[in-house]
Design a protein around this ligand. Structure first.
Ligand SMILES: C[S@@+](CC[C@H](N)C(=O)[O-])C[C@H]1O[C@@H](n2cnc3c(N)ncnc32)[C@H](O)[C@@H]1O
Length: 243
């Protein structure tokens, strides 16, 4: 079950306005080109920004997302007809082979248990051809990003396309390494509605990630930085290991 921030229709609608700068996706765009991928599976595609961007370049894209409200926004975007959308998790994916699997915007951190993460990686291993790759990012726990998740540092007001103003901020509710829990609060000016969304993310060390990749028949080919968030993210390029 995805968090309210992705699954509540009114909150899914403000995901893009609150995250309007998607320059984080440029590095993924470049990797699609670098690896010569012509088919991509975007796991946890959310509101479909990256999937639509790739489809506009002629890439065969499948967008996988468990939250119907986010997927509905994705499906309403220009060019969405050129993407194959699937509502669900890796367990719901029909047989498929792709050149590249992506998980942008720290999707990897939503998998809280070892088993959920391993099952997801095994599913990804399954769809990769022998020369396929997985690229994903995850926050470096040493950077302790959650220290900046305060009302003072995150308070934002956005104007939606319909002219409505929405205020939002995040606060940490619990830190119990490797899990960090936090709450987003949103105030809708039109009717004064206050909606909250509670989430927990797992901050894995590089060592933990490497071990889990091996358990799924995958290996770390290269480790990069996110150019827009130097020192704060691990960007991993992963390929299948020999059977
Ligand atoms: C931070 S959002 C990132 C969305 C998108 N990748 C982006 O770049 O904007 C995390 C996404 O992971 C999705 N998600 C949650 N649980 C999932 C699961 N088990 N499998 C795949 N995606 C999941 C959420 O619904 C949400 O859309």
């Amino acid at each position: 079950m995805a968090d309210p921030i992705f699954s509540h229709p009114r909150l899914a609608l403000i995901y893009d306005p609150f995250d309007a700068d998607r320059s984080d996706l440029d590095a993924y765009d470049s990797m699609v080109k670098e690896f010569g991928a012509t088919s991509v599976l975007d796991v946890g595609c959310g509101t479909g920004t990256f999937a639509c961007r790739l489809a506009a370049k002629g890439i065969t894209v499948t967008g996988l997302e468990p939250a119907p409200a986010s997927l509905a926004i994705a499906q309403s975007k220009p060019g969405a007809d050129n993407v194959r959308w699937i509502c669900g998790t890796m367990a719901d994916l029909p047989p498929l082979t792709v050149d590249l699997v992506t998980m942008t915007a720290n999707v990897a951190q939503v998998f809280l248990t070892d088993d959920e993460w391993l099952q997801t990686l095994l599913g990804i291993r399954e769809v990769l051809g022998p020369k396929g790759r997985l690229v994903f990012e995850t926050r470096n726990p040493a950077a302790q990003a959650w220290r900046d998740w305060t009302r003072e540092k995150t308070f934002t007001q956005v104007k939606l396309a319909n002219g409505e103003h929405v205020q939002g901020w995040v606060e940490v509710t619990n830190v119990q390494a490797p899990l960090v829990s936090f709450r987003w609060t949103y105030v809708f000016q039109s009717d004064g509605a206050v909606l909250t969304s509670d989430s927990t993310l797992r901050f894995r060390t590089l060592g933990d990630i490497t071990l889990s990749l091996h358990a799924a028949g995958l290996g770390l080919e290269a480790l990069r930085e996110a150019p827009d968030r130097p020192g704060r993210e691990f960007v991993l390029i992963v390929s299948p290991t020999a059977d």
